[in-house]
Design a protein around this ligand. Structure first.
Ligand SMILES: Nc1ncnc2c1ncn2[C@@H]1O[C@H](COP(=O)(O)OP(=O)(O)OP(=O)(O)O)[C@@H](O)[C@H]1O
Ligand SMILES: [Mg+2]
Length: 885
């Protein structure tokens, strides 16, 4: 079956090879709308609100509400309904604000496209022929693209709309955001023999990125009609939603804890019912109480606190340091990051190479290698469509006399997987029909394609290593004369050359380049190491160059076997992730890496339990950026890398900004962890105390409505943790939240909290049998309510510990101190206020408060003791109190 010709395809889109006129493009823009995906910026409040119900805690609350309604416990039902509504509303507001902030941040990283259009015919000369309007490529905001536009694709570009490939030179595309497939796909131009229904190799899709080569395409769909928009819309309503759905460090910790809690909550009501039935002979009438106790366990505000902490951190980073966080959970992961992998050029070095020397195969200075390298660079650039500037090529092309007189036939542009670039030229003086292949690239890869005896190859490798060890980048240059190939592929008007033709070359020599280390990189990396982040280098360059750059940056010396090459990675079977993780653990530099090697190392480190970041600036870094917990890109990275990254560093002081970003991440992490620790242990303590009291007393220690109101007050106060600023000492280690260890710690604290609660109450009961005596339920309830809120506010202040410094005199009140004060006030005033009687409480006598002032300091002292013991037992020092290890 055969399809339409290219021209027919273009006609069907009412365009031509010379593109649309500006006039026509404007008309189409008005018709089709801007080329933006259906961003859920317009999610309605109602949808947001309902989405809040999908949160596990709110969902459980909701179910408990239904159970209460089913048993006609209307008081409990009302309070639960209020709770659900409040948490949904808070969540919707928090999300709305966070989304708005994130959208504003994303807009700071604009995407543009290179489009070929003809200017509108001159209005003063309407009779001027349309052909006079010469098509010209220009950069355009991607939003303004319309179907029918002709776009150019260069390495590092993010494809801005769906299209059909018209021309392609070695075009390969990373479609991971659409298909999840990490290895690049080759794209071929549309030909009349292409079956229209077959495959996708002549189609390109919005959201994918060009990893090598170039080409042109005609836009077939924009905006919400692209495949990317429809898949992500279905998946989650969020562009790139499939990335968010992948389990990253954030999901492993915060979500892990949430789900464990949900299980506990579901277990609680039946347990309470059974215990009360067995020991107290109570029946189903305890159900509302059992439900309230389960609700009491819930950290309902968890999603709100998490979103608020992260959104505030991200906003602060953007404002104060120009760091753009493009995905909120990435900020949490930055705080938890303990390994950062970086590539070399443009991150550790300035990325402005200059030619150092041109050497022959004996290592003597000789111009030929540079001359051939220049011929290669000139023609790969000239024949590329569109020309893609490359730092090494630009360094080579400073003196035109090197490459004049040659005629370019074909080019296979630089490909980061094969790590070489090939130009096919005719040489002045060569016989008719002789083509010369000119290859330059990474030493290992070029030598592999040269016909060489083994010992000669070893000698040449040693020669290259000698120069690399000086910190120079080394390119090998080789050539071969070939007969012009027959027109094997039928339709092409030029003879074609493919990678399989490149072999049996003759080595000409080497070109070396100097690329100065970035002076800011050394201090930045040392600072990261001091703060518990191990830095590893994953580079496509020579091992010697990478090792030397480390030394030039004055990074701590490493053992020789801490420098490995891609060969060592290949030696580990792909299925043995543990072995690769062990290797990666011991290794500081991996050299000679292809994009896939980088991604494998990152994935193995993650599988080994490290929260792993990757910082890279090129198309060859895309798979690793996708594989990492948090991908980082410098400001001047190629657009595709910026698009794949979760965090974009500022133009000035890029690497130093990582430190700020890590600090912001850890601050959020410490706040989230402290919130969770205090809430969970306090809630658990209360629940245990209440259950025990329920079994000891002839009546329930608290009415369901009282439990819920108390819970609501406590949760509201806890929101202050989103605004708190931890002490610098708490930020000196990664803030990893390990669910199991964390839950163990919380259980310990909870039990001790319960004991302290019961003991406090026992003292009160013994000292003043009146108000706490069992004869007056409403007095008892008021006493328990006030005592609970006062001890909770004390716990808030005391359990946050050293993570927030000491509350020395003269220190300004922090949000948490203010919130704790408000909570204590509520605890004292609610039973006295008009709210008291409807909630089943009566005012307490003054002696009760006098006793409280004696007992509360005792409670406080116990909490401090326990806290100090816990932080010693967990060996977590200053930081661990903020982020449990
Ligand atoms: N334009 C080019 N032409 C030929 N070979 C090149 C070109 N650019 C890079 N190379 C070779 O390919 C190797 C890998 O380069 P690439 O840019 O893919 O690696 P990288 O991992 O980004 O390296 P780095 O860590 O230095 O940034 C380089 O070391 C060099 O030998
Ligand atoms: Mg690079």
């Amino acid at each position: 079956m055969s399809g339409p010709t290219t021209l027919q395809v273009l006609r069907s889109l009412e365009t031509g090879p010379r593109g649309l006129t500006e006039e026509e493009a404007d008309a189409r823009l008005a018709r089709h709308g801007p080329n933006v995906p259906p961003v859920p910026r317009t999610v309605s409040w109602r949808r947001r609100f309902v989405r809040g119900l999908r949160d596990p805690f709110t969902a459980v609350l909701f179910c408990l509400g239904i159970v209460s309604a089913g048993t006609a416990a209307w008081g409990t039902t009302c309070v639960i309904t209020v709770l659900v509504a409040v948490s949904c509303a808070l969540r919707a507001t928090g999300e709305h604000r966070a989304d708005r902030a994130m959208a504003a941040l994303r807009d700071l990283v604009p995407t543009t496209a290179t489009v070929v259009r003809r200017p509108a015919p001159d209005e003063r000369e309407p009779s001027a022929p349309r052909e006079r309007a010469v098509p010209a490529p220009r950069e355009l905001p991607a939003e303004e693209l319309v179907p029918g536009d002709i776009i150019r694709l260069a390495p590092g570009d993010v494809i801005p709309a769906d299209g059909q490939v018209l021309t392609a030179t070695g075009l390969s595309v990373d479609e991971a955001p659409l298909t999840g497939e990490s290895s690049p796909t080759t794209k071929e131009p549309w030909t009349p023999t292409t079956d229209p229904g077959e495959g996708t190799e002549h189609l390109c899709f919005q959201g994918s990125s060009v990893t090598a080569g170039g080409g042109t395409a005609v836009v077939t769909a924009t905006g919400r009609h692209t495949r990317f928009a429809s898949t992500t819309h279905e998946a989650s309503g969020v562009p790139g939603g499939e990335r968010a759905a992948r389990a990253r460090a954030f999901d492993r910790s915060v979500h892990g804890i949430s789900w464990t809690l949900v299980r506990f909550m579901l277990l609680t009501p039946p347990l309470v019912l059974v215990a009360n039935a067995a020991l107290r002979d109570r029946g189903l009438e305890t159900l509302p109480f059992a439900v309230a106790v389960a609700v009491g366990l819930t950290p309902e505000m968890l999603p709100v606190v998490v979103t608020m902490c992260l959104a505030r951190g991200a906003a602060h980073l953007a404002r104060a340091h120009g760091v753009i966080v493009r995905r909120l959970p990435a900020l949490h992961d930055l705080g938890a990051m303990d390994v950062l992998c970086v590539d070399k050029t443009g991150t550790l070095t300035q990325g402005r190479p200059v030619v150092d020397r041109s050497l022959d195969t004996a290592g003597r200075d000789a111009p030929e290698a540079l001359d051939w390298a220049a011929v290669n660079a000139w023609w790969t650039l000239r024949l590329a469509d569109p020309p893609a500037p490359d730092a090494l090529d630009e360094a080579i092309l400073t003196t035109p006399e090197h490459y004049e007189g040659y005629e370019g036939i074909a080019a296979l542009p630089f490909d980061p997987v094969r790590r070489l670039a090939t130009a096919v030229v005719t040489r002045p003086g060569a016989g008719l029909g002789v083509h010369t292949l000119v290859v330059k690239g990474a030493v290992e890869n070029v030598l592999e394609l040269c016909a060489l005896p083994a010992e000669e190859r070893t000698r040449l490798q040693a020669l290259a290593s000698h120069h690399a060890a000086k910190g120079l980048r080394v390119l090998a240059v080789a050539t071969a004369d070939r007969d012009r190939p027959a027109r094997r592929r039928g339709t092409a008007s030029h003879p074609t050359w493919s990678p399989s033709d490149i072999h049996g070359l003759t080595l000409v020599g080497f070109v070396t380049f100097r690329d100065a280390p970035d002076p800011a990189a050394g201090p930045a990396l040392r600072a990261l190491a001091d703060r518990g982040v191990t830095v590893k280098i994953l580079t496509g360059d020579h091992p010697g160059t990478a090792a030397r750059v480390r030394r030039d940056l004055a990074l701590p010396p490493i053992a020789p076997d801490a420098v490995r090459t891609a060969e060592d990675i290949d030696a580990v079977p792909p299925t043995d992730v543990a072995a690769l993780a062990r290797l990666a653990h011991r290794t500081t530099v991996f050299a000679d890496c292809t994009p896939a090697h980088k991604a494998r190392v990152v994935a193995a480190l993650r599988a080994h339990g490290h929260t792993t970041g990757f910082l890279g600036d090129g198309v060859n870094d895309l798979p690793a950026l996708h594989a990492a917990d948090v991908g980082l890109a410098p400001h001047d990275a190629v657009p595709a890398a910026r698009e794949a990254a979760d965090v974009v560093l500022p133009r000035a002081g890029g690497l130093a900004a990582i430190d700020h970003a890590v600090t912001a991440g850890r601050s959020s992490g410490v706040n989230i962890a402290t919130y969770l620790r205090i809430t969970l242990s306090s809630n658990l303590g209360n629940v245990i105390a209440m259950l025990t009291a329920a079994l000891l007393l002839p009546f329930l220690p608290m009415l369901p409505a009282q439990v819920l109101v108390q819970n609501l007050c406590f949760d509201a106060a806890q929101l202050a943790f989103a605004h708190e600023r931890p002490a610098p000492a708490a930020l000196s280690r990664p803030t990893t939240l390990r669910p199991r260890a964390f839950l163990r710690l919380v259980t310990g604290f909870g039990v001790l909290n319960a004991v302290a609660d019961l003991a406090t109450f026992a003292v009160l009961a013994l000292a003043a049998p009146g108000p706490t005596g069992t004869e007056d339920e409403s007095l008892f309830h008021a006493g328990w309510f006030t005592e609970n809120l006062l001890t909770q506010s004390l716990a808030m202040l005391l359990m946050r510990g050293a993570a927030y410094g000491t509350t020395a005199a003269g220190r300004r009140a922090t949000p948490v101190t203010r919130a704790a004060l408000a909570l204590a006030t509520a605890g004292i005033l609610i039973p006295l206020s008009p709210l008291g009687p409807p909630l089943g409480m009566t005012p307490l006598p003054p002696t009760y408060y006098a006793l409280l002032t004696l007992v509360l300091p005792l409670y406080g002292a116990t909490v401090v003791q326990l806290r100090n013991k816990a932080s010693v037992a967990h060996g977590s020092g200053g930081s661990g109190r903020g982020g449990p290890q």
